[in-house]
Design a protein around this ligand. Structure first.
Ligand code: GLV
Ligand code: MN
Ligand code: MN
Ligand code: MN
Length: 414
């Protein structure tokens, strides 16, 4: 690398200002963001981003899943690009940084190269993936998943939100149903910067996480069927109450998951009772369940535990429990070479750091199926994410972005 490239640093102030400008779109009174996938707010965020990319002369391509690819040409246009990116959609009560940081850090890298008149050998590509969160359309990471070949385009377009609106129709409505095929192209290397979304870096007083992989995730819709009846006259012993079945299953599953390993995770993220009336025992309750573990055997153990307990509770309560697996993302090990590129950049820049496994899912999971990938984490306050109070230090965001810049330069060549 030339000396000028070695000395290059991103503009932390500009990165912060862009993050704050994007955070105004879908801003919530509690200081967070609600910019769910393919809403009007998502469209506004995408438009702002695309405008910024046009200002620095990049080419823009949108694919059939609404993924946005921004290209900065290299000296050798034939070389496969070095890619970075993340997502602009948020949780319903999301923060200002989850996803957005990875997109705007990539933009800041391109702006820095533009300011300094630096052309890389390989082209650079910045990607916004559609519906990473899985909050509006299940499952998570569907834009990158269809692109990488994990799901068909038809499956992606047919995903429906709670109001029955489909992902394909909503893409068209907001003007981001692109022409380009949603399929992978050759990639030299890919990097994604993200807030950690957990407490480790902050607790250890470290600035950068060199991410070596992502833990596995399994999502289930568990439906408990009972008999609806009157809350007053029906004796407790005569009820087939799906809520009681749910509480038994959850209590046992929580305690087995905790006893199994400190690395195991269980989350009951959504509960819906039908018909949903205070003085009627529900006919059914649907639980959206999330299980995670970094090892394939660990995740398999949790999966089997769920089915075993569901059978036992079904028998004990006289209800019917239907466990349907909605999505499975196995644990991922990132590419050695990409991890080393991040590690080398962190060391050259002198930031305190550690290697770590991501607890959250990311688009990099699916990108890693078709290209060499790794990730860069920075701390977030109290480890809080998927929370309107999510916050991160400007200095840490700047540090992660400098690491991204140098990892990308190393892979693209200057
Ligand atoms: C995505 O945000 C996930 O890890 O669930
Ligand atoms: Mn994210
Ligand atoms: Mn998220
Ligand atoms: Mn995520």
């Amino acid at each position: 690398m030339e000396n000028t490239a070695h000395a290059l640093r991103i503009d932390g102030r500009r990165l912060w200002d862009s993050l704050m400008e994007m955070a105004r779109i879908g801003a919530t009174p509690a200081g967070g963001c609600n910019r769910q996938a393919l809403t009007d707010e998502d469209r506004e965020g995408r438009d702002l981003f695309v405008g910024w990319c046009r200002e620095i002369g990049c080419e823009i391509r949108v694919d059939r899943m609404g993924n946005i690819f921004v290209r900065r040409q290299g000296a050798d246009a034939e070389l496969p690009p070095v890619v970075t990116g993340s997502h602009l959609d948020t949780q319903p009560t999301g923060g200002k940084f989850d996803g957005v940081y990875g997109v705007l850090a990539g933009l800041e890298v391109l702006r820095t190269l533009e300011d300094n008149g630096i052309q890389t050998e390989a082209p650079l590509e910045l990607v916004v993936w559609t519906n990473e969160e899985g909050a509006r359309f299940s499952p998570a990471m569907i834009g990158s998943g269809v692109w990488a070949g994990e799901f068909s385009l038809e499956y992606g377009h047919n995903r429906a939100d709670k109001a029955g609106k489909t992902l394909g129709a909503e893409l068209e409505r907001i003007g981001y149903l692109g022409e380009a095929p949603a399929e992978p192209h050759p990639i030299t290397a890919a990097f994604e910067t993200h807030i950690e979304q957990g407490p480790i870096l902050e607790m250890q007083d470290e600035v950068v996480g060199v991410v070596t992989g992502v833990q596995g995730i399994r999502w289930y819709d568990v439906t408990f069927h009972g008999t609806p009846c009157h809350a007053g006259p029906t004796p407790m012993a005569d009820r087939r109450d799906p809520v009681q079945a749910l509480s038994h299953l959850c209590e046992r599953l929580y305690s087995e998951v905790k006893a199994y390993s400190d690395d195991a995770r269980m989350t009951c993220g959504d509960l819906r009772a039908e018909p949903g009336s205070r003085n009627t025992v529900p006919e059914k309750v649907v639980l959206a369940l999330d299980l995670r573990h970094p090892e394939p055997e660990g995740l398999e153990h949790l999966h089997r535990t769920l089915y075993r307990l569901a059978e036992q509770v079904q028998e004990a309560t006289g209800t019917t429990i239907d466990v349907r697996e909605e999505w499975h993302s196995p644990p991922v090990q990132f590419d050695r070479g990409c991890i080393e590129a991040v590690d080398g950049a962190v060391k050259a820049l002198g930031y305190s750091h550690r290697q770590m496994v991501s607890g959250a899912g990311h688009d990099s999971v699916y990108v890693s199926r078709v290209a060499p990938v790794s990730m860069i984490f920075v701390p977030c306050a109290g480890g809080l994410s998927h929370n309107e109070k999510e916050s991160a230090e400007p200095d840490h965001l700047e540090a992660g972005c400098n690491v991204l810049l140098h990892a990308m330069l190393e892979r693209a060549g200057v």
